[in-house]
Write a protein that binds this ligand. Structure first.
Ligand code: FO1
Length: 320
């Protein structure tokens, strides 16, 4: 079994490549849940849904989130309430776009959680409904929430930062509320223990992988099997493949480069996959304590994605 840790788009695209190389029945992905939010009373798990929709071939390819051929009638209808909402009320927010079909996923998740199902159970059900065959696990079944401190403004939720502020405001701190009281699920611990190889997907090291590492035991678990853990750098040529990882690393005092990524991951992974544009930094990656594996990492074609997946498995010592 191969176990992958990651967040949204980076994990989804990496997994799509991995599935060209490894049968779905042998893949487990554990997904960040600290981006999760509640809006309109609905439980929304963006990273889990991005992975499910991508693997189902149902993702909107341009946005990278939500469903393709989506309609927005419910969002348009919400606009009616903007003029009557009392000041101080957060009812009927329209800054976070929920498509009509996407809403059905949130209705289902919210109803099942309300019936007492765990997020892990509901995630498996939603994956099955979309025909996704890998084992998909939530990072934890308890609530962990990424909180972002914006310079000059104070603390806001991850989605307020990412979507409402379009991740264009300066960040001075990040914390994972609830992480001290949360635990990895038993299924996640098992998947990380018995896997032949563990791969950290090209996700934001601070806000997609950071929440995993805030859970008790995760770093120790990976450190104990470090030789069979590889990571794919989400930073290529100093820039994030997607999202604000580069700026955020800079703002929080980490070098925004494969070297900065290597310094973060060295305690838990032995090899870092870096793109040829960063080959000149291989020595510095090694000095930071990780073996540098140079391989094209921008997953622009199925062939490149499959080759990246193969290289990440080989780097983690998997025989494929
Ligand atoms: N990202 C946006 O930039 N704008 C949106 O309105 C938005 C809505 C949305 C709805 C459901 C969903 O599953 C994801 C959504 N995303 C949206 C993406 C998402 O919030 C972020 O990409 C991730 O949280 C970062 O990994």
């Amino acid at each position: 079994m191969i176990t992958v840790l990651g967040g949204g788009v980076g994990a989804a695209r990496y997994l799509r490549g991995l599935l060209q190389v490894v049968p779905a029945a042998e893949v487990t992905a554990i997904i960040n849940t600290a981006d999760d939010t509640v809006l309109h009373g609905l439980s929304i798990s963006p990273d889990i849904d991005t992975v499910i929709y991508t693997l189902a071939g149902a993702i909107d390819p341009d946005r990278g989130w939500g469903l393709r051929n989506e309609t927005w009638r419910a969002m348009e209808a919400l606009g009616r309430f903007a003029g009557v909402r009392p000041s101080g009320s957060s009812a009927a927010p329209t800054w976070f776009n929920l498509g009509d079909q996407d809403l059905a996923t949130h209705f289902y998740r919210t109803a099942r959680l309300g019936e007492g199902a765990t997020l892990t159970e509901v995630t498996a059900e939603i994956a099955r409904a979309f025909g996704v065959e890998i084992t998909l696990l939530a990072m934890t079944d308890q609530r962990v929430a990424t909180r972002i401190t914006v310079r000059g403004e104070g603390e806001i939720s991850f989605q307020e930062y990412f979507v409402e502020r379009r991740h264009s405001v300066p960040v001075s701190a990040v914390r994972f509320a609830g992480a001290n009281d949360a635990t990895m699920t038993a299924a996640a611990v098992r998947a990380l223990t018995v896997a032949e190889a563990v791969v950290i997907a090209p996700s934001n090291p601070l806000v997609s992988i950071g929440p995993f590492r805030a859970l008790a035991g995760l770093d120790e678990l990976l450190a104990a099997r470090r030789d069979t853990v590889s990571a794919v750098s989400p930073i290529v040529g100093g820039a994030a493949l997607k999202g604000p990882a580069d700026r955020m690393m800079d703002e929080l005092g980490f070098e925004s480069s494969v070297v900065g990524v290597a310094r973060l991951y060295a305690p838990i992974a032995s090899a870092l996959l870096i793109d040829p544009v960063d080959a000149h930094l291989a020595d510095q990656v090694e000095a930071a304590g990780m073996r540098a594996v140079v391989v094209p990492s921008i997953m622009s074609t199925p062939e490149i994605s499959a080759a990246l997946a193969r290289a990440s498995l080989a780097a983690a010592g998997a025989r494929r």
